[in-house]
Design a binder for this molecule. Structure first.
Ligand SMILES: [Zn+2]
Length: 88
């Protein structure tokens, strides 16, 4: 695997780094967004993934609830439950 070199940043005394503006633009990262920081799958690096905080259906941000790991807004949740077959 060839090494990928991006923008080099120093970590500060509190362990913080600044995400380069070029990267923030690509991923639409704005102040207040949440980032998930984890070991990369190969365990040799750090993976930073933007946490999506919009409805999976309409991309709305109102009254989001977690549904099996996905965020769904109140309007779409009503639509989903209205189209679900009634069991039993
Ligand atoms: Zn929605």
């Amino acid at each position: 695997m060839s090494p990928v070199r991006g923008v080099v940043r120093k970590i500060d005394h509190l362990g913080r780094i600044v995400i380069p503006v070029e990267i923030r633009r690509v991923f639409g990262i704005v102040p207040g967004d949440e980032l998930d920081i984890a070991l990369s799958p190969d365990g040799e690096g750090i993976s930073v993934t933007k946490v999506e905080s919009t409805c999976v259906f309409c991309k709305g941000t109102d009254t989001l609830v977690d549904f099996q790991g996905k965020l769904v807004c109140a309007v779409c949740r009503k639509g989903v439950s209205a189209t679900m077959p009634v069991s039993g």
